[in-house]
Design a protein around this ligand. Structure first.
Ligand SMILES: *[C@@H]1O[C@H](CO)[C@@H](O)[C@H](O)[C@H]1NC(C)=O
Ligand SMILES: *[C@@H]1O[C@H](CO)[C@@H](O)[C@H](O)[C@H]1NC(C)=O
Ligand SMILES: *[C@@H]1O[C@H](CO)[C@@H](O)[C@H](O)[C@H]1NC(C)=O
Ligand SMILES: *[C@@H]1O[C@H](CO)[C@@H](O)[C@H](O)[C@H]1NC(C)=O
Ligand SMILES: *[C@@H]1O[C@H](CO)[C@@H](O)[C@H](O)[C@H]1NC(C)=O
Ligand SMILES: *[C@@H]1O[C@H](CO)[C@@H](O)[C@H](O)[C@H]1NC(C)=O
Ligand SMILES: *[C@@H]1O[C@H](CO)[C@@H](O)[C@H](O)[C@H]1NC(C)=O
Ligand SMILES: *[C@@H]1O[C@H](CO)[C@@H](O)[C@H](O)[C@H]1NC(C)=O
Ligand SMILES: CC(=O)N[C@H]1CO[C@H](CO)[C@@H](O)[C@@H]1O
Ligand SMILES: CC(=O)N[C@H]1CO[C@H](CO)[C@@H](O)[C@@H]1O
Length: 671
């Protein structure tokens, strides 16, 4: 298009001398990554156990480790019973090699009347349990001699009110010699509880015990509400739905620091997160609490299946958070461990060892598809500079060589970015993790312009975490306590800069994605949650940008050549040929007038304009406890004026998307 057209447009809008006049061509852009917006997950601040993993029982299998010795955390006795933790006793066989600890419930006769009646154990859940009229699927293993029935129940932890109860006939015969026996049950409350301060209990009649051994052993006590897409051992519905609403296209897992582990022996071992729960030992989490790994490798893949997410699987690369790393002489073992993991997921069930293991273990004969693998996590950070030197010298190369040979179609991602002083050999990409102030994000709008398609990058973690000009005030550390509107706008503008380079940026994920309101330290998160689903709180503006997917960029010409700021923008085409214009406004006190014209979109055409604006106070945030959403979303239908101009005004600190109706004809045009 000729320059004279811009002049004509400008001339038509004398009343808007300050308007930013933009012309969007219909050809000349580049194909964008199909997975621009994603979700990152690791178990941090009880976002897995006690978060998206729907298990309601805390410390269900008394798993222990050197870092977190086994305990009775979460458990209390009911009636005249004593709970004792039994650990790795060589005389008494445990439930499994993976679960060597259990609880013994001993009936203790009353000193007054020498009777024992209902005795048992209760669990407080992860700071309570949500109880409503739905099916709760429970199970436990018990051992001992017991004639009678167990009672599984849900009750208010505040008033004792019984909410649900079911009799579970004992499968343990009277007399001795019963091994571990699984009991399954369903609990259906008659009404919803008034609040989430509820607990779960299993009781039994002490009169039915063997007089000489007045105790029973329990392990792997589990209770699930209905789960997302009805998966056994699945995800908590309200949290999963909140994530799905964000329209993510990929899932980056299992970390994050959780992948690395604190020491060279406590990394995330994929082979110990698969199979029946009784065969999962759990692991020492790196965020100050133990993990069940009930949310394991297969559950992550099912999560991807159920939300149609592209897995970005991070494999352990021989680095621990304490800075130690695997020497060159032993790196081939770590490489093989990762290759086995890929084979477990993608190998043929008939012809590969791990593919056969998958089919045998899961009945999942069909292989999954893995297209992106990240080698480690933040190798530039722990143990710097020595550990990073080892990554650049031999660790990355060992993996890249082996993957190139075995899985040439997989896009490898190095854990440092191309901005972290590492030459990343193409076709591998990098991973950039900016945790910055709003001003810093906006200043990095052009960050990716310098890249070429030879040095693509993932933005595997990103969040505005510090306020401008200083450090935050959360819990005495330097982080803001909540995602705030000004931060969200800056992240949006940074992402618009990334979308302008959608052929070089693979995708981006806010991090962390989830936090439990009862246990946190790292303040920023996309979604907050507690036992009570009403407290699930969404934040930030990302969902708007993610739900208008650009399949290829389109060149934009600025008539006035006014450069970047205060309006930052990108334009592109959607999969049905619709034209999409995304913009953010930052660092101005006045609204910005915008006039956008798309090549080939005629006068009187329509488009939908969605604008997110925030509170006067840029530090306003969505508070889970007041439940005030500070983000104001308005949607309006725009009609193009003469010469196809869409004219509108965007408030200070806003994010907006203008999208025309679908137009198949344009979809096939490529620059
Ligand atoms: C026995 O005494 C305990 C208190 O030690 C009491 O809770 C229980 O109800 C008594 N049982 C009977 C049958 O009196
Ligand atoms: C309590 O009952 C047991 C038998 O169950 C009996 O041996 C014992 O003497 C009784 N103790 C008291 C204080 O009644
Ligand atoms: C519990 O599950 C059964 C079997 O799937 C179903 O028929 C019933 O409607 C469910 N009850 C509730 C309260 O959801
Ligand atoms: C899992 O693999 C690791 C690393 O090879 C190994 O140390 C561990 O013993 C394996 N665990 C099981 C249960 O086989
Ligand atoms: C990106 O790749 C190009 C071409 O290989 C190279 O010249 C440039 O230095 C790389 N940029 C970065 C930041 O690594
Ligand atoms: C915003 O404006 C302030 C004051 O003019 C300036 O210091 C800051 O660098 C600006 N930030 C950005 C990202 O433009
Ligand atoms: C498409 O990529 C080319 C080559 O990197 C670049 O010059 C051009 O500006 C890009 N177009 C858009 C619209 O980003
Ligand atoms: C939201 O934006 C609309 C349109 O600009 C405006 O009328 C309304 O007052 C705003 N609401 C709030 C709560 O700011
Ligand atoms: C007394 C008590 O523990 N109350 C808690 C009940 O649960 C809510 C959350 O659902 C908490 O905010 C209360 O502190
Ligand atoms: C990683 C993290 O933030 N851990 C914290 C989770 O929350 C508890 C309670 O606030 C802290 O003690 C942990 O350090």
């Amino acid at each position: 298009m000729s320059v004279s057209l811009f002049l004509a447009v400008a001339a038509l809008l004398p009343w808007q001398a300050a308007a930013v006049d933009l012309f969007v061509r219909s050809t000349g852009g580049n194909a964008s990554s199909p997975i621009m917006y994603g979700f990152m997950h690791e178990d941090i601040n009880n976002s897995g156990d006690g978060g998206i993993y729907a298990e309601l029982i805390r410390n269900r299998a008394f798993q222990g480790s050197a870092a977190f010795p086994a305990s009775l955390d979460g458990w209390s006795s009911v009636g005249l019973a004593a709970l004792t933790l039994q650990q790795r006793s060589p005389q008494a066989s445990p439930l499994s090699a993976a679960l060597p600890n259990w609880v013994r419930v001993t009936a203790t006769p009353s000193q007054e009347n020498n009777t024992t009646t209902a005795v048992g154990l209760a669990n407080a859940g992860f700071w309570g349990m949500d109880v409503r009229v739905q099916n709760y699927t429970g199970s436990f293993f018990a051992r001992g001699a017991y004639a009678g029935a167990f009672t599984a129940s849900l009750q208010s932890a505040l008033t004792g009110e019984l909410l649900a109860s079911v009799q579970v006939p004992s499968k343990l015969a009277a007399g001795k010699g019963n091994g571990w026996t699984e009991h399954a049950f369903t609990l259906i409350p008659g009404k919803a509880a008034a609040n989430s301060n509820n607990s779960f209990a299993i009781t039994f009649d002490a009169a039915g015990l063997d007089g000489e051994t007045p105790f029973l052993d329990f392990n792997l006590i589990s209770l699930f509400p209905p789960t997302y897409k009805n998966r056994a051992n699945g995800l908590r519905i309200d949290i999963a739905e909140a994530i799905a609403e964000l329209k993510p296209r990929f899932l980056r897992f299992p970390g994050g620091n959780m992948l690395e582990g604190d020491t060279l022996t406590t990394f995330w071992k994929w082979n110990e997160t698969i199979g029946p729960l009784k065969d999962r030992p759990g692991m020492a989490g790196v965020w100050k609490y133990p993990l069940t790994t009930g949310l394991g490798l297969v559950e992550y893949m099912q999560w991807c299946d159920d939300m149609e997410l592209e897995p970005i699987l991070a494999v352990w690369d021989g680095l621990a958070l304490d800075g130690t790393f695997v020497p060159q002489s032993q790196i081939s073992e770590a490489v093989q461990f990762a290759l086995d993991e890929i084979e477990f997921l993608t190998g043929d069930a008939a012809t590969t060892k791990w593919g056969a293991a998958r089919a045998a273990l899961l009945g999942h004969a069909a292989p999954w598809r893995i297209r992106y693998v990240e080698i480690g996590n933040e190798d530039w950070l722990a143990g710097r500079p020595t550990a990073y030197d080892s990554y650049r010298a031999y660790r990355f190369e060992a993996f890249a060589t082996a993957f190139g040979r075995n899985y040439p179609a997989i896009q490898l991602i190095a854990s440092p970015s191309v901005f972290d002083d590492m030459v990343i050999p193409a076709p591998a990409a990098g991973d950039y993790h900016p945790y910055l102030t709003p001003d810093e994000f906006v200043a990095r709008f052009g960050k990716f312009d310098a890249l070429t398609t030879q040095n693509q990058t993932l933005i595997g973690e990103v969040a505005a975490v510090h306020p401008n000009g200083g450090l935050g005030w959360a819990d005495g550390n330097t982080l803001m306590a909540n995602p705030w509107w000004g931060g969200s706008v800056s992240e949006g503008i940074f992402m618009i800069g990334a979308e302008r380079n959608g052929d070089k940026v693979i995708g981006a994920a806010y991090a962390p994605g989830l936090r439990n309101l009862n246990r946190w330290q790292w303040g920023m998160t996309l979604l907050q949650h507690a036992a009570d689903p009403a407290l699930t709180t969404r934040s930030t503006s990302w969902y708007l940008l993610a739900s208008h997917e650009i399949t290829h960029t389109l060149p934009v010409t600025d008539a006035a050549g006014s450069g970047v700021g205060p309006l930052y923008h990108v334009a592109g085409a959607g999969k049905d040929g619709q034209r999409i214009f995304k913009a953010g406004v930052y660092n101005t006190t006045q609204p910005v007038a915008v006039a956008v014209r798309f090549e080939g979109v005629a006068a009187a055409s329509t488009a939908t304009l969605t604008v997110l604006s925030g509170p006067d106070d840029a530090y306003g945030f969505n508070d889970p406890f007041t439940r005030v959403n500070v983000v104001n979303e308005t949607t309006s239908t725009m009609v193009a004026g003469k010469d196809g101009v869409f004219a509108f005004s965007l408030p200070r600190l806003s994010i907006a998307v203008l999208e025309t109706a679908a137009e198949k004809r344009v979809g096939s045009l490529r620059g």
